[in-house]
Design a protein. Sequence first.
Length: 429
Amino acid sequence: MGIVARTAYWVEWWRRFGPPSGNEPKLTDPLGRYVIVTFVKGTNMGPYEAARHIPGVSGHELSYVANKHFSIVLLNEAVADLVNAHARLDISQAWGDGTAVAADGTHMDTYLDNLLSETSVRYGKPGGIAYHHVSDTYIALFTHFIPCGVWEAVYIIEGLLKNTSEVQPTTVHADTQGQSFPVFALAHLLGFDLMPRIRNWKELTFYRPSKHSEYVHIDALFGEPGKNVIDFDLIESQFRHLMRVAVSVREGTISSSTLLKRLRSGSRKNATYAAFREVGRVIRTVQLLRYLSDAPLRRRVTAATNKVESFNRFSQWIGFGNRGVIADNDPIEQEKAMKFNALLTNAVIFHNALDIAEIVRQLLEEGWEIDPEDLAHISPYLTEHINRFGEYSTHELGIQPEAYDPKLDVDFTPLREQDLITAGLGQAA
């Protein structure tokens, strides 16, 4: 509760919330009520169960404020506020520069009697999927809640486009499910560098630019000579249509998830689908060759996907209420539950980053020499200092903390130079 209260004072993300009318909230203590509701919903506790452990509030009040003063749009804005504040911390430079993001989903248990509940083939049990886009600085940029039966890869682009924070990544990593020709094509047309983690090499096909293309050392990767050739004439004839579709997605006329669903299930005789497939084959072949020849790139992809998997575990640790089961049957409320959890998780990450920076400052004052590479190995997903259970005191809601210090006297330039050298090696390969 103290963590949420302090971040609310510092970042003022609570000011995003209020009644649908847009008027000032008619609450005695709006900051306090919004902090408590964020804590309760973010930890997945029911309002009436939480009221038993929080003095001065009732279950009805918590439920009313959560329903009437919080919306998906407002929650996204509050999440973006924390992302922006986190990006301004010097300590965040130890983990990345915000140009890369990793996307992955994690299974969430739900009750069986609702529209979104399906049995997942991947996870082997019913529920839904919390799909997160996690920055290379460890913080979540965007979160979706999707059914288990949905192909997760179609939401890779959607989260990037709906991210309204100042952190705008250009490289996106994903697990093996991100290897789809239409996803590769749309990501390229929108200016994103899609680089998923690669598995099952024997099942993947490399495509030649022409029938006469041959390679001295790697020709066996492309199959039989003259086979697996890109149809560049089709791409040229459909280029205007491809760009029109990309602009429509960028402008929000059609969502990327809807488009990719149609492209995935669309007729192979459709010229636009075929052109997307051909562009995807080109981009995926280039990315496979990069991945195969560039060891530092493979390490970066693995590190990025490990971060999002660690975030999944961290967010589930924070959402401990009701044994992690999403109790709402309304799809909108289920989506809000994921947004609340992302908001609370980001608040804890931001607070942990400040705690790490404060300890580093103390060590510097004591004469210790701090290596930025050592800080790069410290994760803000820390839990040992957080007490999740018991009576939740609200006394810190009325105590305004001292201003935090975003500056840290550590030179992170060597880390960025190392990233540039690695990127240069990857391009050369």
